[in-house]
Design a protein around this ligand. Structure first.
Ligand SMILES: Nc1ncnc2c1ncn2[C@@H]1O[C@H](COP(=O)(O)OP(=O)(O)OP(=O)(O)O)[C@@H](O)[C@H]1O
Ligand SMILES: [Mg+2]
Length: 339
């Protein structure tokens, strides 16, 4: 059933602004078929049928915000190369405010997956993940310090390629808007960077990332509570949303109040990018004034929609409306305690 509150919230997503800071990537898919082994080495020969480029990383988060009719500003770094141009062209197909800094000394991050007979054969990564130059960091900081206070919500989409560093996180935490309001900072973490995320508002790790940050296994049903407690202790974050794949989500509203939201997915075909959909929907719903619980539920619905589709799917307000309408009110329960 769709309630008046749901309806109001879904309508309120339109036009809400979110700033995304993070690692943009180009996802490149090469589809082909294999009918023989190479005479040169014991490897399959892939005859290419089709190629596709899609937005990855922070770019995919921006694409999700656009699909939900929000307005994303995307801050990140690309190289001065063809892949960078392709990335910009893809972003231009969406209504995204592009604030990408060009770095002559880096290449645009590209991940190529070669897929034949519905199976990935190999992935080829092209990237530089070394620290950014001072000039590039200064350009990122300049945008954050000049415009950051105009956003209610900031997403940090950290894929560990170098954009998310201490000066950037400090600048985000220092932002203060009108009447002393501080933008809420949501982080999709990279385990190697946990020490950068102190005092942020919400972290949205998946089970593996949460487990690595806590140094504890995140096995259902008792693992997430223990992992959550350890992450609050380590980071002093305000809230925490651990996505648990087929188990849905564990939502911690502060360290003391944890709930379990089961997945709303009915069919599961392709889970790639579900995490990007979760943080995008969560952020936009919060920007539209939702409570954290309502925002997490909506994000769970959105994830349920995208995992049911093959390829780079995104949720729309209409799709969300249908999903909320079609499903019975989900049983939100207390998260099972740690043992
Ligand atoms: N196998 C599944 N069955 C049902 N729902 C799923 C499944 N996998 C993912 N989901 C939904 O998607 C949400 C996010 O998934 P997950 O925990 O896999 O994030 P993630 O690992 O960060 O994803 P990715 O990094 O691939 O974008 C879950 O909270 C759940 O709602
Ligand atoms: Mg993820």
């Amino acid at each position: 059933m769709i309630t008046k509150e749901h309806d109001t919230l879904l309508k309120a997503l339109a036009g809400k602004r979110v700033m995304i800071v993070g690692d943009v990537m180009l996802d490149h898919y090469t589809f082909g078929q294999v009918s023989r082994i190479s005479p040169e080495a014991p490897v399959p020969v892939v005859e290419v049928i089709r190629e596709e480029y899609v937005l990855g990383g922070a770019g995919n988060v921006a694409r999700n915000i656009d699909a939900l009719e929000g307005k994303a500003t995307l801050l990140g770094v690309i190289g001065n190369d063809r892949d960078g141009e392709t990335l910009i062209a893809l972003l231009n197909e969406h209504d995204v405010d592009i604030r990408l800094v060009h770095d002559d000394r880096r290449r645009t991050t590209r991940k190529t997956r070669i897929i034949a007979q519905n199976q990935q054969i190999v992935r080829i990564d092209r990237e530089n993940a070394e620290p950014l130059s001072n000039t590039v960091v200064a350009a990122l900081l300049e945008y954050i310090q000049t415009h950051g206070q105009h956003y209610d919500i900031v997403i940090v989409s950290d894929y560990g390629k170098g954009v998310v560093t201490r000066p950037i996180m400090d600048a985000l935490r220092a932002l203060t808007g009108p009447e002393g309001r501080k933008p809420r900072i949501l982080v999709d973490p990279k385990p190697q960077n946990y020490d950068l995320y102190h005092n942020v508002d919400i972290l949205t790790p998946n089970a593996k990332e949460a487990s690595e940050g806590a140094g504890l296994p995140c096995v259902w049903p008792h693992g997430p509570a223990a992992v959550g407690a350890a992450l609050f202790k380590r980071l002093n974050c305000r809230d925490l949303l651990i996505t648990l794949g087929p188990q849905g989500m564990a939502l911690f509203e502060g360290a003391e109040h944890a709930s379990h939201i089961p997945t709303f997915a009915r069919k599961v075909f392709d889970v790639t990018g579900a995490g990007d959909t979760v943080i995008a929907t969560l952020a936009l719903a919060l920007a539209a004034g939702a409570t954290l619980l309502d925002a997490a539920m909506l994000a769970n619905h959105a994830a349920g929609i995208v995992v049911a589709q093959v390829g780079a799917a995104t949720p729309t307000p209409e799709g969300l409306r249908q999903a909320v309408q079609d499903r019975p009110a989900p049983p939100i329960t207390v998260l099972p305690a740690a043992r």
